[in-house]
Design a binder for this molecule. Sequence first.
Ligand code: OXD
Ligand code: MN
Length: 596
Amino acid sequence: MALTTNKSILDWIDEKAELVKPDKIIWIDGSKEQIEALRAEACETGEMIKLNQELLPDCYLHRTKPNDVARVEDRTFICTRKEEDAGPTNHWCDPQEMYKRLYDIARDSYKGRTMYVIPYSMGPIGSPLAKAGIEITDSIYVVLNMCIMTRVGKAVMDVLGDSNDWVRGFHAKCDVDKEKRYICQFPEDNTIISVNSAYGGNVLLGKKCFALRIASYQGWKEGWMAEHMLIVGIENPQGEVKYIAAAFPSACGKTNLAMLIPPKYLRDKGYKVWTVGDDIAWMRIGEDGRLYAINPENGFFGVAPGTNEKSNFNALASTKKGAIFTNVCHKLDDNTVWWEGLNKDLPTDAIDWKGERWDPSKFNKADKSTCAAHPNSRFTAPAENCPCLSSEFNSTTGVPISAIVFGGRRAKCAPLVYQSRDWENGVFIGSTMASETTAAAAGAVGVVRRDPMAMLPFCGYNMSYYFRHWLEMGKRLGDKAPKIFNVNWFRTDDEGNFIWPGFGDNMRVLNWIIDRCEGKADAVETAIGYVPKAEDIDLTDLDLDIDTLRSILKIDKATWEKEAAEIEEHYKKFGDKLPEELRAQLDKLEANIAKL
Ligand code: OXD
Ligand code: MN
């Protein structure tokens, strides 16, 4: 039975049903009974495997096709009427042409299948910061993941009423044919269409497609921000909590920072860390003029390999109940899961992510093809499982952001931490964000990839307009604007070893950031911004001396000359649409470096 009488929704569903011809249509109400029935059906067809219910209650395993294991940036399109509105960093196609291509692919593809209609909310239902969506899919895996990652059910439709302000998400698995795979956003129509994939990032349409690509466009039009940022609360011994939003490209430890456990000496003093979000932040200016953020999601879609009790205790704990594992290794001896980096006990009786028996004697860490779990294997875990989940997680007003942090993986360039001179300078730093490739990824090691605000694959419109939008938000926020910082946990010594310990010890840097926001810590003005005095970063209990710390706070002239030249190249992409304020920031950086 339909969960709404909203005509714009019912008409759209009729239209899509007419196109794909499902055998039946089922509305998802998110109830326990319905979820249980779908799990049972998926286990019967082999789509999912029920795991050991004593050790992992309500947890399931799913394997995708080997050709369908990651987001596909080269098949991702922003379809705006004018090509210029998608900008130089997105793939573009004319909307009418793309609709036709996609409808031709999807036509009749639900025959013999069920159409599931998922009404969901990004953000706490009823929050002025939340938005509604409907996803249509022919995959139970998608339904069950969406029930973890978003808030699903009739209450979403009740709040929406007759409004037309909802995002259309249409997914068709088709034949999972890589050559006909498309992930398309139509921001001017509030529409997403995804065909020929059944892998999380491409098909959980609430996440990257809606909460970043479509929402960034909506934020531009409506005066708010959708960002690829974690949100974390830092509680001091007096019980005051300050919130930080932080953007990092992938492979920089974003989930770890969101769920960080402070070093013992800080825990003993009473410091605590609270997770609001691990991937996406929606931010609006509140009544008091400050910037407020919500996490639009309701779960974590995290990378499994490397997650263990030490690297991220809280993420691992989140996967122990009601989770879906995708493309990890299946341990047959106890019917649980395993992945590289979980522990040192290589399973001897196990099935790998491709569904084949795994031979641990052939395992070679350096050769990904011998791994039992796919390097991009995932867990979908309910946020409510997270031991350090913030009490503000469901807050309808969101949390006030004191600091925005950008970061990347740079072996030699950026110091451990620095503060921008002001908002405009902070936007410049975000717009030039970069990370170096690691040995973990295919291709050359140490290649710099520019990823402005970590939004390169996720900005749903012209990135030059996005930079302009950031500058405008700063003007509206005025002196209430969060302070903007940049961090780099990844400086290396001459042998390539990381100098900074990272993980929980990053809390020492977050404390300096909070102190700066409160005017409690000093800093040195440098060519690139404000760098801490070494003595203001607390090194208690660390095997790191102050001179070594000084070495990773240093700004090296030759390195920064090269960096400025690379930023020149990066900016060329944006042509004359690049805001002149950012051009002026680069000129200033060059002049400052020349004086070093
Ligand atoms: C993610 C990503 O999966 O950013 O969150 O790639
Ligand atoms: Mn992400």
